[in-house]
Design a protein around this ligand. Structure first.
Ligand code: NOJ
Length: 537
């Protein structure tokens, strides 16, 4: 199964105000279908003051006026279904916006119906928030501190309160009754906090705090309640699990506590950084392969992986793990390197044409709160150039620039000036140009999706990695009922002679897909960022 993820604000402007919206999504559904996609994940489209661009929700049962209204949402949903695709929504219930009516009430005092909807304390602990400053903000009206793991404008809900859990179930039902097919559940492993909210280690309160709000003591009970609702509707639940380990993921995905169908893990997103892209290291292929293989081996036969390289929270993958110089080669190779693993493929808007990071000159031009905070919080003694280089490498805004539909004005995203800067490379990198180019990244994505779908071995087959010690080649097989596939990806900028594993030597092979047109299947000299997919007998 293949998902396409839409971050609506930057996808397509359908009503001419410079902001991507559901009218634009409606127009582009055939395009999405043409990729071979089975389902769409819509990032939050609810009313929001946009402190965190939709992840701070002020009304769970409506559509942000920037994006349209419930009527157009219903039209998008109906057309998605007509085209034979499913649609899932983002369920963000670890926190709300501070402008949500529940919070406005909760602030008023300790004895109103909403006073216990959030986490209030007289004395804060030492946690840092992940987005800005301390994780606690003093509220003058109530005379107490409230907890916010993300920004000040995203107070954490108190999931220990059964009424809050009833609200969550009500929200789920509201959208499921309308016909949506499931949810991507935001930071879902954070919703139950450790009793007493203990301090983190003083020098690492942000990261350490995480161990107090990750996989908390009641998480399985709470998720079981939500699972009951999901079961009534037979819908899919995909949880985002920052910092989740294989062991804990299996607790959510299997056995008596099974409460999610899949989980987004993060290990493979840290091959060039530590914990956040802002703490950057040189790209390490061995680290990437280790993360891939760990998840592939551990979930095999037990649960289904989510396969992704990009989303709205990470910089563009060509700029990270590939090469902007070898744009087409590395963009296509990266597609092959992850799509043929076992699991469900996720493609993020623009990834299929190889959009790259944006280089803005001034921090004031960035929109994303975490980029701005990182800039102001860390490495403040470095030069501005050095700090801006870090932002270029790490900012979430690189995945949030307007979708590049064509080489025309505003990249064909909007008739008027877009809400956010278009990456100037749109004249070269855009959908229209790649539609007309048989060997483009876009058409390669289509081929990968189609090939995977056509083969039981590429879907269900057992995964095994070869040469894990190589710093240039990532090679793995998928085997099922006598069918063997070998996927070989070069991450080198130069030619590399590739050796086949012993058991493959001399076997009859067929080159089914590659990113170097006209390759001789027996010539094992791989060009820069070359990828090949062989079928063996
Ligand atoms: C994860 C979301 O993907 C991200 O965009 C957001 O900032 C945080 N959760 C907080 O909701």
């Amino acid at each position: 199964m293949t998902f396409y993820q839409i971050w609506v604000r930057s996808f397509c402007d359908g009503n001419g105000d410079g902001i991507g919206d559901l009218y634009g999504v409606y127009k582009k559904l055939e395009y999405i279908k043409s990729l071979g996609v089975d389902a769409i994940w819509l990032c939050p489209v609810y009313p929001s003051p946009n402190a965190d661009y939709g992840y701070d929700i002020s009304d769970y049962r409506d559509i942000h006026p920037d994006f349209g209204d419930l009527d157009v949402f219903r039209k998008v949903l109906a057309k998605t279904h007509r085209l034979g695709m499913k649609l899932i929504m983002d369920l963000v219930v670890n926190h709300t916006s501070d402008e949500h009516p529940w919070f406005l009430e909760s602030r008023k005092g300790r004895d109103n119906p909403y006073s216990n909807y959030y986490i209030w304390r007289d004395k804060p602990n030492n946690w840092d928030s992940l987005f800005e400053g301390k994780a606690w903000t003093y509220d003058e009206v109530r005379g107490q501190y409230y907890l916010h793991i993300f920004s000040k404008k995203q107070p954490d809900l108190n999931m220990d309160n059964p009424e809050v859990r009833e609200e969550v179930k009500g929200i789920m039902r509201y959208w499921l009754d309308m016909g949506v097919d499931g949810f991507r559940e935001d930071v879902i492993n954070f919703i139950s906090k450790k009793e007493g909210l203990p301090d983190g280690l003083p020098f690492l309160p942000a990261i350490n705090g995480m161990f107090a709000y990750k996989d908390g003591p009641h998480i399985h009970e709470y998720l079981a309640e939500f699972r009951e609702v999901a079961k009534e509707y037979d819908c899919i639940q995909i949880g985002e699990g920052p910092m989740t380990t294989v062991k804990t993921a299996l607790m959510y995905l299997t056995g008596k506590n099974k409460s999610l169908d899949m989980m987004f893990s993060f290990d493979h997103m840290m091959a060039d950084c530590f914990y956040t892209e802002y703490i950057h290291h040189p790209f390490d292929l061995k680290k990437l392969k280790k993360a891939f293989s760990k998840w592939q081996y551990s979930l095999n036969g037990k649960a289904w992986n989510t396969l992704y390289l990009e989303n709205h929270d990470h910089p563009r993958v060509i700029s990270r793990y590939g090469s902007e110089k070898f744009h087409r080669e590395s963009g296509t190779m990266l597609a092959a390197c992850y799509i043929f693993q076992q699991g469900c493929t996720f493609i993020y808007q623009g990834q299929e044409i190889g959009m790259t990071n944006i280089r803005l000159r001034d921090i004031a031009e960035y929109k994303d709160i975490s980029s701005i905070t990182n800039f102001n919080r860390y490495h403040v003694n470095d030069t501005i150039e050095q700090r801006m280089r870090r932002i270029y490498r790490s900012s979430r805004d690189s995945s949030r620039t307007p979708m590049q539909w064509s080489g025309r004005r505003n990249a064909g995203f909007s008739r008027v000036k877009p809400w956010f800067t278009v990456n100037p490379n749109y004249r070269r990198i855009n959908v229209e140009a790649q539609e007309n180019e048989p060997d483009s990244i876009l058409n390669f994505y289509r081929k990968c999706v189609k090939l995977k779908k056509s083969s039981a071995a590429l879907t269900y087959g057992r995964y095994r990695e070869f040469f894990p010690g190589s710093r240039e080649i990532y090679m793995y097989e998928r085997v099922y009922k006598g069918h063997r596939w070998l996927i070989i990806c070069s991450f080198a900028k130069h030619n590399v002679i590739v050796q086949l594993p012993k058991e493959y030597a001399g076997a009859e092979k067929k080159l089914i897909l590659g990113n170097y047109p006209g390759t001789d299947p027996d010539d094992m000299c791989f060009g820069p960022y070359e990828a090949r997919v062989y079928a063996f007998r």
